[in-house]
Design a protein around this ligand. Structure first.
Ligand code: PMP
Length: 307
């Protein structure tokens, strides 16, 4: 097993990496019954701080609620555990992965026990799509796969099973020589990337797909809407047609892992000047400014890991 950090927080204890194991009969392994988060801790001038911890843990609990999974810890305990695992591993920055899942409760689609297990891993992780991507942009394709229909699997829950859709989208894109795929929703409107939300910029206005277009409403998306409004931009959350991608002045994808990644082409069609656009760069600057001290954290979005 490729160990990357020393400890994993597992059901309330700090467990050594090799000992943080589950049984092969784990329900989540067979039926996708898990909910999770992806959270970043940044090395800031005021020490290591977790970005929007409260909102991520709220979404974890919301995802669990949708699936009738009763969390065995309260939100404060999970938030504290997120801080502790970073400190325990002696990390300055990290990608945190809290996961709640149905364990070895026997087979049968409907779990025979309400027991929910929780783990939190902390991994060293740089730019998801590469540092070069943050500066120069990436080439993406519109996926032949649609995102999940709203009456099938709820995309508002960040559940393990949803990521089968993401895997199909991402794999198709990679196999075809693209960095990422953008999926449409089941009505044919733009949805999101395999693990990122999307913003389209046209004539100085920022457009993003609504929650009803099969997206996971991202916390980075919300952050960008707040920051862009502060900068004086208008944001429109509305159904977007595929051709809006081709005619955009700028496009960027956003998410905890992807942060703010510009898109320079879609389906081999050049977007704007074929590189990161000026508004994308301006928003990146205030976003990353939150972590290097250049942007004041007026919203209390940063939680120091050590108090
Ligand atoms: N959509 C999907 C499918 C995702 O997996 C993610 C990453 N969690 C996002 C959007 C972006 O969400 P966030 O900004 O909260 O990380």
């Amino acid at each position: 097993m490729s160990q990357t950090t020393k400890y994993i927080w597992f059901n309330g204890e700090m467990v050594e990496w090799d000992r943080a194991q589950v049984h092969v009969m784990t329900h989540a392994l067979h039926y996708g019954s898990s909910v999770f988060e992806g959270i970043r801790a940044y090395d800031t001038p005021n020490g290591t701080a977790i970005f929007r911890l409260e909102e991520h843990i709220q979404r974890l609990f919301d995802s669990a609620k949708i699936y009738w999974m009763e969390m065995p810890f309260d939100k404060a305990a999970i938030e504290q555990a997120c801080c502790d695992i970073v400190t325990k591993n002696g990390m300055k920055s990290a990608y945190l992965r809290p996961l709640a899942f149905i364990g070895n409760v026997g087979l049968g689609v409907l779990p025979k026990s309400d027991k929910v297990e929780v783990m939190i891993g902390a991994l060293p992780w740089g730019a998801y799509l590469g540092d070069e991507a943050l500066a120069n942009g990436v080439d993406v394709m519109v996926s032949s796969w649609s995102r999940l229909a709203p009456n099938t699997i709820p995309t508002g829950a960040k559940a393990g099973g949803n990521y089968l859709s993401s895997q199909l989208i991402a794999r198709e894109a990679r196999r075809n020589g693209y960095v990422e795929g953008i999926a449409l929703d089941t009505n044919g409107y733009i949805s999101e990337g395999s693990g990122e939300n999307l913003f389209i910029i046209k004539n100085g206005v920022l457009y993003t797909s609504p929650a009803t277009s099969g997206i996971l409403p991202g916390i980075t998306r919300d952050t960008i809407m707040t920051l862009a409004r502060e900068l004086g931009y208008t944001i429109r959350e509305e159904s977007l047609q595929r051709e809006a991608l081709y005619l955009a002045d700028e496009i960027f994808m956003c998410g905890t892992a992807a942060e703010i990644t510009p898109v320079r082409s879609v389906d081999r069609m050049q977007i704007g000047e074929g590189r990161r656009g000026p508004i994308t760069e301006e928003i990146q600057k205030v976003f990353f400014g939150l972590f290097n001290g250049e942007t004041e954290d007026k919203w209390g979005w940063l939680t120091p890991v050590a108090k």
